[in-house]
Design a protein around this ligand. Structure first.
Ligand SMILES: [Zn+2]
Length: 361
């Protein structure tokens, strides 16, 4: 099971492609125009397990947030190596989209080549009517310190605490997390046009799901929640298909990120909110599967440090290397116990999806 998981983007890609070859399944490769930190080629790869014209499809996406890709990649390799683990039945297919943000995966960044948080990029970019985030405008000078030194980091935290006293802690956290469209070198930037990964996800889904009647997409993330537990989530509200269908498949385990107390920012530009293949006859629903790693403050600090590093710092310095090591650990605990939990939960989630999909609707 440990061998499902890889140590670098290149290893993960080689592992995935090798498993595809052994399984004898069709693969489509979309090459990314840029290179990795060691000059390695970058690509998003798709594998299809099952009948090409299957009516019901489960789609697993890895690496939306690049540095979180190790987890989803491990799951995908697991399902290629042990196809029976998915519980796939007749007239069902499993579609694996490996490393949808290959640049972020290879460079150990949550964001893409343009510092875009892909999960804030799925908004309507026509006309420039981006979601407002006024509180972020006030907070922005206090999000990323000028120097990565404890006194400046503490000054930022103090300034944010003052805003929290005035606006509420949740409001401040959500303003920072939910996405912003004016500061290309700050956190959770959504971009000004559909990113390469956004366009690629459309092209792959529209190219492969044209024969399907229903597809359920599982977008795999890490960094929030209890260690090793995979929380299913949707931002859709009760009464909508996006809420009701996941609840039919997985019951009350599905957490709604927009109703009641929540740790999530509820971004309008997330895949879950903003992505749908342009296929009229397809019944489509997407959920997040968020696996916990380390304590929230540690993960948050690692993301800000990485943003600082790419804005002001030197990747090729002891501090730069330490920040990358910390970021990796924040999103990918390299521990067998963690990987075992990932795989166990991943099988359970996918098996229940297939079992629910088999019901005629
Ligand atoms: Zn994520």
């Amino acid at each position: 099971m440990d061998s499902f998981f890889s140590a670098t983007y290149s290893d993960a890609r080689a592992n995935f492609l090798e498993a595809c070859l052994s399984a004898g399944v069709p693969v489509q490769t979309c090459r990314h125009p840029l290179k990795g930190p060691h000059g390695e080629g970058l690509a998003t790869d798709l594998a299809w397990i099952g009948p090409r014209d299957a009516a019901n499809v489960v789609v697993i996406v890895s690496g939306t947030h690049g540095a979180e890709g190790y987890c989803g990649s491990g799951l995908q390799v697991g399902f290629l190596r042990t196809p029976e683990a998915s519980g796939r039945g007749e007239d069902q297919a499993l579609m694996l989209v490996h490393a949808i943000n290959p640049f972020g995966f290879a460079w150990m960044r949550r964001v893409n080549e343009d510092n875009i948080d892909l999960n804030r990029n799925f908004v309507d970019h026509q006309g420039g009517n981006y979601p407002e985030n006024d509180l972020f405008e006030l907070l922005e000078p206090h999000v990323v310190p000028r120097r990565w030194e404890e006194d400046e980091i503490a000054a930022c935290a103090e300034a944010q605490a003052k805003f929290a006293a005035q606006h509420g802690e949740v409001a401040v956290r959500q303003a920072i997390g939910k996405g912003q469209y004016r500061h290309p070198d700050s956190v959770h930037y959504g971009g000004t046009a559909p990113a390469w990964s956004n366009r690629t996800l459309h092209a792959l889904c529209e190219g492969w799901l044209g024969n399907a009647r229903e597809a359920v997409m599982i977008d795999v993330h890490t960094g929030l929640g209890p260690y090793g537990y995979g929380e299913l989530m949707t931002p859709r509200k009760p009464g909508s298909h996006g809420y009701d269908r996941p609840h039919e498949l997985w019951g009350d385990e599905v957490h709604c990120t927009t109703v009641g107390p929540t740790a999530y920012a509820g971004s309008p530009g997330s895949i879950l909110n903003g992505f749908r293949p342009n296929l009229q006859d397809l019944s489509f629903v997407a959920v997040g599967l968020e696996y916990g790693t380390r304590e929230r403050d540690k993960v948050r600090r690692a993301v800000v440090a990485d943003t600082w590093l790419h804005r002001y710092g030197d990747l090729d310095s002891p501090l730069g290397r330490q920040i990358k090591t910390d970021l990796r650990d924040a999103f990918y605990p390299e521990e067998s116990a963690w990987k075992a939990k990932i795989w166990e939960r991943g099988q359970d989630v996918v098996q229940r999806a297939f079992s629910g999909l088999s019901t005629e609707r």
